[in-house]
Design a protein around this ligand. Structure first.
Ligand code: PGA
Length: 266
């Protein structure tokens, strides 16, 4: 079986307008080179997708995506942005169900499933996020929450759709807090997710990223676990030097079970 790619995903959240995005790209591009099997993904605010896509154009290892989309292609949804619109300005991916969307904006499992299905239908790769809150973790409900969040997406998709889906496990208590899951904690939930996928014959197809206060200092520690296919990073992706350093540290650390990475081929 082919290795799943090693993915470094930058979620800029509500940071970097078009001018800042261009300036980031100018600084970042010379700091990294394409490596086989490694992908660098950027999720800027919607208004910066076009500028960033243009600025990063020509790098086959880099892809730009949206942070959120509506499931309808157009219509009376004030403030909404549709998948064809973000695709027109260069997005090839979209985050779906990030915990800030779920918990600050009240996005439901059902909406997450609709957005995932709509993205696939439009030919855009959904990066679907799941994760438990601190209260859910403390209440011993981590497994139950993850299984529930996955179930709504699994129900909405066909088996063959899973070739084009990426998942991220992001414990809500670790996002922007400086607290990390340990590599063992993260690996354990990644295993749980794979087991759930396995019950639907999709165990090995889907890359699973880890997110939550990942930085250049801890990325190597986390990526020693073969269960992690990459990282989804907020705060530490905003500065080009810091992000390039994180990508470099993570790439060096990653050892794939089948012998890929470790020393990455140029
Ligand atoms: P953080 O955010 O790296 O700032 O914790 C991660 C995320 O929300 O995707």
């Amino acid at each position: 079986m082919m290795d799943r790619p090693l993915i470094f995903a930058a979620n800029w959240k509500m940071n970097h307008g078009p001018g800042e995005a261009r300036a980031f790209a100018r600084k970042f591009l010379p700091l990294t080179s394409p490596l086989q099997g490694r992908r660098l993904w950027f999720f800027p605010p919607a208004v910066s997708i076009g500028a960033l896509s243009e600025a990063l154009h020509g790098r086959p290892d880099i892809t730009v995506g949206a942070q959120n989309v509506h499931w309808e292609p157009k219509g009376a949804f004030t403030g909404g942005i549709s998948i064809p619109m973000v695709a027109e300005v260069g997005a090839r991916l979209t985050l779906v169900g990030h915990s800030e969307r779920r918990h600050l904006f009240g996005e439901t499992d059902e909406q997450v499933a609709r957005k995932t299905r709509a993205a696939l239908k439009a030919g855009i790769t959904p990066l679907v996020c799941v994760g438990e809150t601190l209260a859910e973790r403390d209440g011993g409900r981590t497994e139950q929450v993850i299984v529930r969040q996955l179930a709504s997406v699994i129900q909405a998709l066909q088996i063959e759709d899973w070739d084009k889906v990426v998942l991220a496990y992001e414990p809500v208590w670790a996002i922007g807090t400086g607290k990390n899951a340990t590599p063992d904690d993260a690996a354990q939930i990644h295993e749980l997710i794979r087991m759930e996928l396995g019950r639907h014959e999709i165990r090995n197809r889907v890359p699973i990223l880890y997110g939550g206060s990942v930085n250049a200092g801890n990325v190597a520690w986390l990526l020693t676990r073969p269960q992690l296919d990459g990282v989804l990073v907020g705060g530490a992706s905003l500065d080009p030097d810091t992000w390039a350093e994180l990508v470099d540290q993570g790439s060096r650390a990653k050892v794939r079970p089948s012998g890929g990475y470790g020393v990455l081929e140029a």
